[in-house]
Every structure is written in C-alpha cells, then in structure tokens.
Write a protein that binds this ligand. Structure first.
Ligand code: NDP
Ligand code: MG
Length: 374
C-alpha cells in the first residue's frame, strides 16, 4: 500500500490522480492535499476522500472550512504547502501550477519522499538543485508529464550511455495550423481550446505558444541527464506516440497509447509495477500517424527555451518566471497572444544570467521576473 499526498489536488492533474487513487484502493491511499482557492472542487473531493491534512491558499478559507469539517486538519499558505509536502506519505505528487512548487518539492525530497513530478516549472527553474538534492537523499523523481513518462518507459533497462537522442513529440496546440500572421488577433477562448488534451488553463496556453515543449526540453535535460543537442522535438498531431528515444544503433523506442494523463499518473504511482487501466488504444479509430519537423521560426518560444538552456544558470528560471507573468496577463485579457512571447523575449534579453546560482538566487529572480518590474 502506497500513501500519496498531492499538491494541487483540485487541478486537472490532481483530479485525475484522485481518480487513479480511488480506482485502486488496494494499492494506493490518499495522504494530505493542498488546493488553491477552489473550495467547491475541494468539497467534491471531501465527499469521497478523508485527507489527513488540507492546505488552502487563504486563511479565511481555512477558518471557514475548519468550522464545517471539524475532523479534518486545515492549514494555509506557503507553510501549508510545506506541511503537506512533508507529511507521512511515501510519494508526493507535485501538481501545482508554476514555480510555487519549487520549495515544497525540495522539502519533500529532504523528508525522503519519492516525487511524482507533474509540476515541470520546478525543474525548469532549478533542475540542477532538485536533481542533486534527490540524489543526496536517495529519492526517485518519476515523471508524470506524458512525454517524460514515455521516455522513462523507453529507457527502462537501458544503459543511458547508449541513448543517442530524445525525441519529444508535440501535438502543436490550439493554433498548430495557423501562420504567425494569423496569430495576431487570436482570442483567449480559442487559445484555451486544445485539440487533444483537456488541461489547466496555463499549460493549455503554453501548448498554444509552444512554450510547453520548451519547458519540456529543459525538464528532459534534468530528468534524463541529457545534453541540449540530444533533445529534439517533432510535431505529431495525433498525440498517440507520447515520445521516443533513439539509441546509438539507430533503434528507436516509442511509447504509445490513448492520450489520457491517468496512464502516466498511475505509472508514476505504481512504478516499477504496472496496474490494469480501462482506456485501451482503439486501432480501428487510428488511420495514420503524422510527423512534421518543428519550425523554430514559427514556434519562437521553443527557440527561446533552447537559448535559455544553452545559456544556463538563472536564465531558464527567468524565462519561466517571465512566461508565468505573461501568460497570466493574457489570461486576464490584458495583452494579446503574440505579446506573451514579446514579454518573455525582452525579459530574457534584459537578464544577465548568473551561473551556478544557489536556491535563494533562483527564488529572487523568480519573484522579480514574475512581477510587473516597474
Ligand atoms: P491546474 O491549473 O488545473 O491546477 C493547478 C492546481 O494548483 C490547482 O489545484 C490550483 O488550486 C493549485 N494552485 C494554483 N496556483 C497555486 C498557488 N499559487 N498556490 C497553491 N496552489 C496553487 O493545472 P494542471 O493540473 O493542468 O497542471 C499542474 C502542473 O502539471 C503544471 O505544472 C503543468 O505544467 C503540469 N502538467 C499538466 C498536464 C495536464 O494534463 N494538465 C500534463 C503535464 C504536466 P485551485 O484550482 O484550487 O485554485
Ligand atoms: Mg507534456
């Protein structure tokens, strides 16, 4: 029996993780959870689960909830995230959105928890520190992101030194068939309409700008100890092949399946074992698999992510923070779609990267570049 705590239980990944836990009561049990401000979604969770501790964002919510659910412990804010991250669970699923997940993830690693990692922004901001800390504490970081779960599965039993190249597949997001010119006046509503996956708002926008693939390139670097030049990307509109690994003899291993995050979530929990699932791939509905080279001029954000990774130091953290800031403004209706990448690019241009940053330096730049900077 594995006890799993969840950061971000009310989100897209969090909700699907709760379904996986609920479907496998003989294998998994829920520890503690954190949410943001979605109290309605929390109350739905409490109809089926009794977490030991619940962390919310606002103290007023904490007080109100405690009066209604006296048998559950409630906490809040940053302290609350740390408490959930370090409770008595075996594994922590990090499914919060954004770099707010960094400090609790490190606290969980220090407390000896294995990490099921969905929160890619944490590895983008501080991959070197997180992976080093995991090695020191002997804990595993198991990817939940479908591409990285695929690569992780393709590498099982392989010698990493024989890996030639990682090939990340990209569906292309909501605007994959539009030219740059046509991107000029796309609406928020259209950006939020992803063709293959139903996900949280921020990652859906990241998929449309292709920053999501950029974040995933950096995530892959740290998870699989790869060099920048070993990580490539390819457009694959069906999202059936979740990613591939090419070996030195040019053999390619691909992992495929129904595009359903529950498969990757469940594998992150059950690893090294596999458990049955109810979403088999329907080959009758699949007539072809398409591949197209990635155009780095069209998908400028992906080029920026490669630049950030090559520059190293604080640059990936700055890119991530600028992107969180810009996407948030787009979601608030304050800027246009193409202004997202203008903001990210200009903030990266204005930053002189600090090499080998410690955690405080990363947190400082994360806060700075997520702010208005006025
Ligand atoms: P959602 O926006 O759906 O959920 C985010 C969760 O984090 C919610 O529970 C939200 O709480 C909580 N949250 C948001 N901001 C804060 C904050 N400042 N402090 C504390 N809690 C907060 O996101 P997703 O589930 O889509 O994504 C989560 C992570 O997983 C992201 O890093 C994403 O890139 C990654 N990921 C997601 C995939 C997907 O299919 N969705 C696929 C691969 C990776 P509330 O809603 O209660 O306010
Ligand atoms: Mg992904």
């Amino acid at each position: 029996m594995k006890k799993i705590s969840i950061l971000g239980a009310t989100g897209s990944i969090g909700t699907q993780a709760l379904a996986v836990i609920g479907n496998n009561p003989e294998h998994f049990e829920l520890g503690s959870i954190s949410i943001g401000t979605n109290i309605e979604a929390l109350e739905k969770i409490l109809e089926s689960f009794r977490p030991k501790l619940v962390s919310v964002m606002k103290d007023t919510d904490r007080i109100e909830l405690k009066s209604r659910y006296p048998d559950i412990d409630f906490t809040c804010g940053r302290e609350g995230l740390m408490a959930v991250a370090t409770d008595d669970a075996d594994t922590l699923l990090t499914a919060v959105m954004g770099s707010v997940g960094l400090e609790p993830t490190l606290a969980a690693i220090d407390a000896g928890k294995d990490i099921a990692l969905a929160n890619k922004e944490t590895l983008v901001a501080a991959g070197e520190i997180v992976m080093e800390r995991a090695r020191e504490n002997g804990v595993s970081i198991i990817p939940v992101d479908s591409e990285h779960s695929a690569i992780f599965q393709c590498l099982r039993g392989e010698d990493l030194r024989e890996m030639k190249r990682i090939i990340l597949t990209a569906s292309g997001g909501s605007f994959r068939d539009l030219s740059r010119e046509e991107l000029r006046d796309v609406t928020l509503e259209r950006a939020l309409d992803h063709p293959n996956w139903s996900m949280g708002r921020k990652i859906t926008i990241d998929s449309a700008t292709m920053m999501n693939k950029g974040l995933e390139v950096i995530e892959a670097k740290w998870l699989f100890d790869a060099e920048v030049d070993q990580i490539s990307t390819i457009l694959h509109r069906e999202s059936t092949i979740h990613s591939m690994v090419e070996f030195v003899d040019n053999s390619i291993m691909a992992q495929m399946g129904t595009p359903d995050m529950k498969t990757a979530i469940q594998f992150a929990f059950s690893h090294p074992k596999r458990l049955p699932m109810d979403n088999p791939m329907d080959f009758d509905a699949l007539s072809q698999l398409n591949f197209k080279p990635m155009d780095l001029e069209r998908f400028r954000m992906l080029a920026l992510a490669y630049d950030a990774l090559r520059t190293g130091g604080t640059m990936p953290a700055v890119m991530n923070a600028a992107n969180e800031y810009a996407v948030n403004r787009f979601l608030e209706g304050e800027i246009s779609f193409l202004e997202i990448e203008e903001i990210v690019e200009s903030r990266m241009d204005g930053h002189m990267a600090v090499q080998n940053p410690d955690l405080d330096t990363i947190l400082y730049y994360d806060r700075l570049y997520k702010s208005d900077m006025r």
